[in-house]
Design a protein around this ligand. Sequence first.
Ligand code: FAD
Length: 416
Amino acid sequence: MERLDVVIIGGGIGGSALGGYLALAGHKVLVLERLTEFTDRVRGEWMAPWGAAEAKKIGLYDRFIAAGGHHLTRNIGYDELLTRAQAEAQAVALDRLHPDVPGPLCMQHVVMQNEAIAWAAESGADVRRGVSAIQLTAGPAPRVRFSHDGATHEAACRLIVGADGRTSAVRRQLGMQMKEAPLDHLIVGLLVEGADGWPEDLQCIGKFGDLHYLVFPQGGGRVRIYADYAYEGQARFNGAEGAAELLAAFDLPDVPNSKAVAQARPIGPCRSYPSQDAWVDEPRTEGAVLIGDAAGYNDPILGQGLSVTLRDARLVGALLVEHDDWNLRLFEPYVAERRERLRRLRFTASFITTLNARFGPEDMERRTHAFMKMREDPSLLMVRLAAFSGPESVPAEYFTEQFYQKVFGTTEHMVA
Ligand SMILES: Cc1cc2nc3c(=O)[nH]c(=O)nc-3n(C[C@H](O)[C@H](O)[C@H](O)COP(=O)(O)OP(=O)(O)OC[C@H]3O[C@@H](n4cnc5c(N)ncnc54)[C@H](O)[C@@H]3O)c2cc1C
């Protein structure tokens, strides 16, 4: 029986960040990762400025930059409700949204995962890949059984951390319930290369017809595209022609240089996911705690998952490093901060979805009303800062029924 301080299940961005952080502080850490090799699952490749700042605090930022991390400095929201000139006049300087980093950070998720897990190992964590059949016992004497290299192992520890993603087996084994917001739209993603005509510092997000499009260049002609679309059209980008369909939909006459993206070459899978929020109110029990997607996630429409996960890793890591008594109450500040953080992001995601990712005639009316309101009072746009500077950077009154009502004239579809 191995004896450890912490066993972390899942060696993605969250598990590896926490593993490295704790190992550097002198803790005996075991990271168990199911995969021997990471592949493109269509996940986060746009890290919000506040998330990049979290990566810096943990110690991963320089490594991400050295591995090709690419900052974006401008956002232009070309959109069916704006002329080109109006959209360009409202361009946002992304490099001014957080004091610690020059804008959002874009890079391949797989590269980030490889960097994070290598960093965890180099920092002193015992990282094992290709593990399976994980069985947990939480409580006062936590234990983890797992298979690795054809043998069954058992480890005793002071704490188990579930960092095993959206479909977390740890969450299931601990019997923690996840709540979900209603599902009415999907998100599809694709990585392309050869988009050399797309400006490398520019991200574009907006809506045309039945698509909410997002374009995030990564440098060197590589671009990650995502799009939100109605749940009713769920098969739209599936199958052998899915990538070609998606690229054709990105040929947007009102978005300058969009042809460069539409004609680029796919270099990964084209995959759709439910675009909705899910959350666990109490992601802790005696002897175990969840972080990252395992503890619930924000609707990917906002691109906050990496940032949420890195903040989780840092907060949990700091509590464990600063305190000797690892009891259930230790995680109180983490749970409280996370609950409010995800509530605000949930609200913001429902706000952006109502604004950009609902496609019926009534939705169009609501959207036009909101654009008019925001033109009259540009301060209403401030809620969007939550997704850039961090949810805590925006005053609390923006995450309320009253605010949503003011912009849309209704509270329909608000998720709080
Ligand atoms: C379509 C889509 C687009 C997104 N876009 C963005 C974006 O632009 N920006 C952003 O910030 N976020 C985005 N996200 C979210 C972001 O990718 C996630 O929030 C983030 O990857 C969560 O990290 P994690 O470490 O918690 O989980 P994961 O990345 O899922 O890592 C979990 C790890 O655990 C391992 N694992 C799973 N089960 C087991 C097991 N039983 N035993 C051992 N190991 C196990 C997995 O192999 C994996 O390595 C997006 C998500 C989706 C679905």
